[in-house]
Ligand binder design. Structure first.
Ligand code: PBG
Length: 330
């Protein structure tokens, strides 16, 4: 074909490149994860996540106002729970005046139109750091999903727009949807972590919440009996289609970068929005390499999220959200 087709013509300068660009990232793509901690005036940097913080509620107010002013309109809340409040079944998660419930109200008071999504899982509340209730060395499925449904209801009552179950128990979307409907929360949505892999990229997140599985007798320290095997692909489709049947409004693939083949498969297979979580380990890797001067932080950051969107994500949960919009807004 050459020289009739010269592909470089469309790359001559930034004006033509921007005219033909297929994927444009915008503040509207992002969901901002936020870590909340009990106390006052606290902004604690997470050791393995440079420039990312655990915020007390007063600082959460400031943060969401700033996010809103930058055009970021949805947040995903996680709480760090005091060790004293942890048990095997996540009792504290159901406390109507618990940290999560107050955090939801805090965000809604500060920014009524901010979409508030909440993490629904037992691990930050569990003495074992697992996403399920443990009995005889087993993670119990159905007993756990009942608690997750109650937890979701409690978040909905506090004002959450979406609950985001991140546990990977079977049937939890159905349990949650049914209870929300029974209790009149027809408009509370569910963003399901539907294809969540047992990944080693979650380490820094577990530091942030002090939620790593503990070394207790008979309990595996990994989450491989409920999160998916990263070698599998078909299973991701099956999990996702089941969650949609059970009532998920938004589905998710997690982690991000290593799983973009899965993202594309799922986008092609479903008719609901697909979210991708660029997780804590992905954030930490880039921060570390940039700190050493080995990678250009901002350039790699933009390349990574653009690739996630190009793969088909309609929502990107990312710790880089604020940094990115500061760049693309200017
Ligand atoms: C807990 C949960 C985890 C993440 C989100 N929700 C950790 C885990 O499953 O162990 C990870 C997020 C990240 O690494 O950024 N259910």
């Amino acid at each position: 074909m050459y020289p009739l087709r010269r592909n470089r013509r469309l790359r001559t300068n930034e004006s033509i490149r921007s005219l033909v660009r297929e994927t444009i990232i915008s503040p509207k793509d992002f969901l901002v994860p936020l870590f909340v901690v009990e106390g006052k005036g606290l902004k604690e940097e997470i050791a393995s996540m440079p420039n990312y913080y655990r915020l007390s509620l007063d600082n959460l107010t400031k943060e969401v106002k700033e996010l809103w002013s930058l055009g970021l309109k949805s947040v995903l809340l996680f709480v760090k729970v005091d060790d004293k409040l942890k048990d095997n079944s996540g009792t504290e998660a159901l406390n109507p005046n618990g940290l999560m419930q107050r955090a939801i109200k805090t965000v809604k008071d500060a920014c009524p139109d901010m979409i508030v999504m909440t993490d629904v899982a037992l691990d930050p509340f569990s003495i074992y750091g697992h996403d399920g209730i443990i009995h005889n060395g087993q993670i119990l499925n159905d007993e756990t999903t009942s608690v997750l449904a109650e937890m979701s209801l409690s978040h909905a009552k506090a004002g959450a727009d979406f609950v985001a179950p991140s546990d990977m128990m079977d049937g939890r979307i159905f349990e949650i949807r049914t209870l929300l409907e029974d209790e009149g929360f027809h408009n509370t949505g569910i963003m399901s972590y539907s294809a969540k892999y047992a990944s080693a990229f979650y380490g820094p997140f577990r530091d942030a919440l002090n939620s790593a599985p503990v070394d207790a007798q008979n309990i595996p320290k990994d989450k491989k009996t409920y999160q998916m095997d990263f070698a599998n692909r078909n299973e991701a489709i099956r999990e996702t289609l089941m969650d949609i049947d059970e009532g998920a409004d938004i589905v998710m693939v997690k982690p991000g970068l290593c799983y973009l083949d899965i993202v594309r498969d799922i986008v092609n297979a479903v008719d609901v929005p697909v979210a991708v979580y660029q997780v804590s380990g992905e954030y930490a890797m880039l921060k570390a390499a940039a700190e050493k001067g080995w990678l250009d932080h901002d350039a790699v950051m933009i390349e990574q999220v653009t690739a996630i969107k190009r793969a088909g994500a309609s929502i990107i949960a990312s710790y880089f959200a604020k940094d990115i919009v500061k760049i693309i807004n200017t």
